[in-house]
Design a binder for this molecule. Structure first.
Ligand code: BV8
Ligand code: ZN
Length: 242
């Protein structure tokens, strides 16, 4: 059935979550935090309030996640999406990759033109002068990192309670409304507004597919909900249609 959807559509929108990076060795948001982070709730640390309270702590948490993701490699799930983008674009079809992930493993796998709904921890910005730049050096020499202006720098991610970058969200909504096929991959579909994109696509008449080892609030809304891991399933599902 999914192969039929892939053959028949000329516009695909894909939404990914932390589950897509799990097989690369990066714990998901739901996975219990380990070591010195075990006693912290990620949903609490990823807030402007936590940063205001203890910027060094939050900066160390992001640096730890940067280090982990730097030590990881994209997995077959990431690579299958890169291939699908190449095939779709070579055939003059539309391909939009929308991610909630801030680790840039999709880009390291060769995906291009992503919509990073929640930003990335590889770009940091000054909370005083707003200067923003990529930061690939791991670990940071100091926490939190400082700007030339003396200001404190923060990761260019969207924290809970903060609004998403308008142009990125609008492009994601547009892609969901105008696609013929929507894939929801490795996401618990709990965090808004990202979690609404699948229902937007379904309401607009698109075929919708979910891949997740577990049921999610989106499962009842999609045409096909596959229980399994993206690293194992995507290479077979996305390449079989030739
Ligand atoms: C906002 C960046 C305006 C930082 C992140 C409406 C109703 C209720 C609440 C709200 C609402 N609207 C807004 C809210 C508040 C809030 C929200 O949604 N809260 C939730 C918790 C209820 N949303 C916001 O605050 C958003 N801002 O709306 O602003 C506003 C503000 C206030 C009030 C109203 C409006 C901003 C949200 C973005 C926050 N930033 N990340 C960082 O990463 O540090 S969110 C972060 O958590 C991720 O980016 C991601 O979005 C989310 C985690 O979800 P997943 O990626 O899906 O990962 P998770 O661990 O949950 O699940 C993994 C899944 O993978 C599981 O299902 C598992 O089974 C599966 N899996 C595991 N292994 C595999 C696998 N799947 C496949 N293969 C495998 N191998
Ligand atoms: Zn500055």
């Amino acid at each position: 059935m999914i192969r039929g959807f892939l053959r028949e559509t000329d516009a695909i929108a894909v939404l990914t979550g932390a589950g897509v990076s799990a097989e690369s060795g990066i714990p998901t948001f739901r996975d219990a935090q380990t070591g010195l982070w075990a006693r912290y709730d990620p949903m609490e640390l990823a807030t402007p309030q936590a940063f205001a309270r203890d910027p060094a702590l939050v900066s160390r948490w992001y640096d730890e996640r940067r280090r982990k993701s730097a030590d990881c490699e994209p997995n077959p799930g990431h690579l299958a999406l890169t291939r699908l983008q190449e095939e779709f674009e070579a055939a003059g079809k539309h391909f939009t990759l929308i991610t909630q992930n801030v680790d840039r493993l999709h880009q390291r796998a060769g995906s291009r033109g992503l919509l990073e709904l929640h930003g990335t921890f590889w770009v940091w910005r000054c909370t005083s002068c707003g200067e923003e730049r990529e930061e690939w050096e791991v670990p940071f020499p100091e926490h939190p990192p400082r700007c030339q202006c003396g200001g404190t720098r923060r990761p260019s991610v969207v924290w809970f309670g903060e609004t998403l970058p308008e142009s990125v969200l609008a492009a994601a909504w547009q892609a969901a409304e105008h696609c013929g096929l929507f894939l929801s991959l490795g996401t618990s579909s709990l965090v808004e507004p990202a979690a609404s994109l699948g229902r937007v696509a379904a309401a607009a008449g698109a075929k919708t597919v979910e891949i997740n080892p577990q049921e999610t609030p989106l499962s009842p809304w999609v045409d096909v909900s596959v229980r399994g891991t993206t690293g194992k399933l995507l290479p077979t599902i996305l390449s079989a249609r030739e």
